[in-house]
Design a binder for this molecule. Sequence first.
Ligand code: SF4
Length: 79
Amino acid sequence: MDKENENGRSGRNVPGRFSVEAKKCIDCDLCRDIAPEFFARDDDGYSKIVKQPTSTDEVETFVEAMDSCPVSAIVDNGE
Ligand code: SF4
């Protein structure tokens, strides 16, 4: 079972290496501000991943956003 299913919000995130655990998200907007191409706000007011990073530069930007999340809601599930 993947992280999305574990938190009961299957299908919110685009499948892949990274995911947002919606239960933890406090809708602070930080990830969406730092890396808007990868994150969006869903109808429930939680962030979700709309694009997985692929290139080294993309991963770097994504990880910057992930590390900035104050509640560690963005997780790396491994490649
Ligand atoms: S930085 Fe974390 S808490 Fe803030 S909107 Fe993004 S996922 Fe949610």
